[in-house]
Design a protein around this ligand. Structure first.
Ligand code: NDP
Length: 251
């Protein structure tokens, strides 16, 4: 078991990609704590054996994050922190007021910053740690009508690259895992919105969504989780400041 004795914290671990990550790390022997706003979803993930502990936390709230991490790390220092919680809002640029950019930045970037601020000091003290952000292919290329999300995900990749240089000699690696469109609620609601707006069928909407992915399909959350596992494990100690693309080669 690659992660025996390690404690991993995963934000947004109650569903989607976060839950798949929690389950994968737990199967590899880690103790896994999950954070999120939907306590029923968190409890369901724990009851199903995908995580060991939960704490309610809006990741945009630095105080709530500090409290949640203090509660979860009592007697169990955090070795791995996965900033997975995220959200997307679509809208043409001219219909995207500054508040949409603020919201996207708060959840996708500041949520990551809050987790890393809380987890990093203990890692540096112990000379070992793994900080992982779930980025996106949207952190590396543009997409029309989602500029606020794309800008925030580019910022996440910038954070990862810079922080990796600061922590390189402390035993803490900092990386991103950047999926293409993945099979979760986030994409399901995107498809619903396209169908409602354009009148195309769900199959046509899906075909349009995956047309840039050479695999021609959605990414499975477990495929993202497998990449996270690699970056958490002992074999990736020299890998830092990277964004591992899980997107079938889309660019
Ligand atoms: P989902 O919409 O299925 O899940 C989002 C998760 O984020 C939920 O667990 C939710 O928890 C949590 N979350 C959202 N806002 C907050 C908040 N303010 N505080 C705490 N938790 C929050 O999305 P995915 O699983 O698809 O996405 C996970 C990550 O992967 C995101 O960062 C997303 O940007 C990224 N990604 C997704 C892709 C996709 O196609 N699905 C593609 C590329 C990247 P709760 O409801 O408990 O608040």
């Amino acid at each position: 078991m690659l992660l025996s004795g390690r404690h991993a914290v995963v934000t947004g671990g109650g569903r989607g990609i976060g839950r798949a990550i929690a389950a994968r790390l737990r199967r590899e022997g880690a103790r896994v704590s999950i954070l999120g706003r939907d306590v029923a979803a968190l409890a369901a993930a724990c009851a199903a054996g995908d995580a060991d502990a939960q704490a309610a936390c809006d990741v945009t709230d630095a105080n709530a994050m500090a409290q949640a991490l203090a509660q979860l790390s009592e007697g169990r220092p955090i070795d791995i922190a996965v900033a997975n919680a995220g959200a997307v809002e679509a809208g043409a640029f001219l219909r995207s007021p500054a508040d949409r950019f603020r919201r996207m930045t708060e959840i996708n970037l500041i949520g990551t910053v809050n987790l890393f601020h809380g987890a990093l000091p203990g890692m540096v003290e112990r000379g070992h740690g793994r900080l992982i952000a779930i980025g996106s292919t949207a952190g590396h290329r543009g997409y029309p009508h989602v500029s606020a999300y794309v800008a925030a995900k580019h910022a996440v990749i910038g954070l990862v690259k810079s922080l990796a240089l600061e922590t390189a000699r402390s035993g803490v690696t900092v990386n991103a895992v950047s999926p293409g469109y993945a099979d979760t609620d986030m994409v399901a609601s995107g498809l619903d919105a396209i169908v409602a707006k354009t009148g195309v069928t769900r199959e046509q909407a899906l075909a349009g969504m995956v047309k840039d992915n050479p695999l021609g399909r959605l990414i499975a959350p477990e495929e993202v989780a497998q990449a996270v596992l690699y970056l958490c494990g002992p074999a990736s100690g020299a890998v830092t400041g990277q964004s591992l693309m899980i997107n079938g080669g889309e660019f």
